[in-house]
Design a protein. Sequence first.
Length: 421
Amino acid sequence: MRVIVIGAGVAGLTTARLLQREGIQVSVVDAADGPARGASGGNGAQLSYSYVAPLAEPAVVGKLPTLLADEDSPLKFQLQFDLAQWRWGLAFLRACTIDQARATTRALLALSALSREVTERLIADERIDCAFARSGKLVIYPDEQSVATAQAQMQFQAALGCTQSLLSPAQCIAREPTLARYAERIAGGIWTPSEAAADCGAFCAALARRLADDGARFVWQRRAQKIDADKGGARVLLAGNDGAREPLDADAVVLANGSEAAALGATSGLRLPVYPLKGYSITVTVPPGAPMPACSITDTRRKVVFAPLVEGAHRRVRVAGFVELVGHDRSIPPARIDALVQATREVIGLDCSGDIAPWAGLRPATPTGLPLLGATPRKNLLVNVGQGALGWTLAGGSAQLVVDALLGRRSAVDARAFAYR
């Protein structure tokens, strides 16, 4: 069997590697000049298997006016003459119910458990050096109301198998001493010992090398313009920067090109409710002797995450945050980077001197937060899109569900929640 995977981010490359391990001949197509050039390269680096509650939840609706009116808000909405944006926004508001949020959480927790198994097995089996560490995660909250809400979510997730602890402010500082100077801003926290962190870009680069070494074909700097998928097979029309066009044929196609998937899927008659949520990051090198976080940290007040990445003597912290609905704009406003620098200094006391590698990525999200995985009405066309800010966390499980669908196997988790509709 020959399969074309469109997209060389973590979703596409993980899918390609699992297909290759099944004996399938794989071609990977991407408009960029190498792996992880989109939303995967500089993401938040947290593998947050127990923190999958969707952005769409009841409390968001009441907060929207305040969030959107504040120029420094972690949530930014830029109104555009874009029907896709309006359609996505209205569907998002409809999804902000307790029933939908809890159904989404249940489904994503099952998928993330599978993802943990698949991703960590790949890292171990393939000996991938990506600063992986199961160092735990501490989420800190700024007031009693947010702590109470988090405690209720923790209790709900406990019934679904999550092991977490509620910490007092003093316990948060004891758990993570780099937060000491930020103590007055902490009303409490949730500690999850099983969470991990790893460099997604390094993981993708290693997978691409393994794929190539084992015979996969990579087609770089070619944009997929159209997909034809029928009973006889599949064809992808590619276009290069030089204007040249060429067809690429296979038995099946997996669409995994993130925020570009909606437009490309439409060429084959699919309507994919995927819209980009823009986020930013910096990567700070920690000098010898300077303190750095021992675990992943999420500051819910700022909507900023901190992930330690340690490779021998090379110590870094990935600092990422914000959610913007601004279309496909990939620019990096200095104000957003300044906000991440300030957060790094104030929250964990780390100076951001030197190269901080500013980055912006467009995270492909569905209104409910449920990715679309597996078969579509178009014969021989499958999808692996819509993980939003959880792309790294859900990559392994998502890829496994797509491979299972292609091979006609029953999956380890109920795949119906992620079916194309």
